[in-house]
Design a binder for this molecule. Structure first.
Ligand code: C5P
Length: 310
């Protein structure tokens, strides 16, 4: 990359799942979801610049946990967009990695969505939003939401999105676990536990997932207490069984004054809803003092999707 190459820097927000209802497993191996996502102000930064060939580098506090080469999924994002538009994906993608890895906050999906937006800003192909959303869906179930941002309900495997209206924003504290959880392994464990209890795991026998009407009302009213009552994640029990120390983290945040807690995605980050910035500071201090997690972050949400900086 020469010093005068144009660089597009994009803020890539992570997400919280404010309600995650998991239905049965389909024949394609994906679970049917009713997945209410919210983007938050805890972000990676992805920078894209023209280069002789495709290259990926990574810096930042979480850099050691993701591939700093073309095996990173962001390379696949650039290749996919390039191929769809007949362009060679000759870009240098640099990720400043802050979001937890295997943390359930959609960090990898956020980086992919930011890469699509950054490449399009450089290449100006004029691709439509619907084509872009389809490419995002090919990259992963959460990537379409990462492209959209805000607050949305995801049906299907999470990629069929309807934006949700929200008044104001909410104050969150995020406790990143020492050890992440792999998404496929948590889904596989849920499937196994459903089969073991005799309920069955197939989409034909598990009731279709639905989020609660109270969730929409709490969001529309911007009422933190009410939203606290609606937070839930069908993956939480499975994730806690796999990583029992998560129960201590969830307890520490609640003891520290959070309104409510919820696991992010398939874990292992725990999210805590608070009354506002002062309460968030207390909850964050309590979580740090508890020694039950690797790092603690405050964030507001919803925020918009990937944003080109500068
Ligand atoms: O779409 P993504 O690549 O993020 O999914 C990773 C894995 O998580 C899938 O291969 C599947 O095992 C599991 N998954 C699922 N149901 C979903 C989303 C993901 O079972 N709706």
């Amino acid at each position: 990359m020469s010093s005068n190459s144009p660089v597009v820097a994009i803020e890539a927000p992570g997400k919280i799942n404010i309600q995650l209802r998991v239905g049965g497993c389909r024949d394609d191996g994906f679970h049917e979801l009713a997945n209410a996502f919210m983007s938050v102000s805890f972000c990676d930064v992805v920078s894209i610049s023209p280069a002789r060939s495709l290259a990926v580098t990574v810096s930042g506090p979480m850099a050691s946990q993701v591939p700093g080469d073309e095996s990173n999924l962001v390379a696949q994002a650039a290749r996919l967009l390039g191929r769809s538009q007949g362009l060679a994906p000759n870009v240098h993608i640099h990720i400043e990695k802050h979001l937890p890895v295997q943390g359930g906050m959609g960090g990898g999906s956020a980086d992919c969505a930011a890469t699509l937006i950054g490449c399009e800003a450089l290449w100006k192909t004029g691709i439509s939003n619907s084509e872009m959303a389809a490419l995002a869906g090919d990259l992963g179930s959460d990537v379409p939401f990462s492209l959209l941002g805000g607050t949305a309900l995801g049906l299907g495997r999470g990629e069929i999105l309807t934006p949700l209206s929200v008044s104001g924003d909410f104050s969150w504290v995020l406790a990143v676990a020492e050890e992440g959880l792999s998404t496929p392994s948590v889904y596989a464990e849920l499937k196994r536990s459903r089969e073991n209890t005799g309920v069955g795991s197939h989409v034909d026998v598990v009731p279709a997932p639905q989020v609660s009407p109270g969730l929409f009302e709490a969001l529309a009213e911007g009422d933190s207490r009410r939203l606290g009552k609606e937070l839930s994640n069908d993956m939480e029990a499975v994730a806690v069984a796999m990583h029992p120390s998560l129960a201590e983290t969830l307890d520490a945040g609640l003891q520290g004054g959070a309104i409510a807690s919820v696991l992010c995605g398939t874990g292992a980050t725990c999210a805590f809803l608070t009354e506002g910035d002062d309460a968030a500071r207390s909850v964050a201090s309590a979580l740090t003092a508890s020694g039950t997690c690797a790092s603690v972050h405050r964030a507001r949400g919803p925020v918009s999707g990937p944003r080109i900086l500068g």
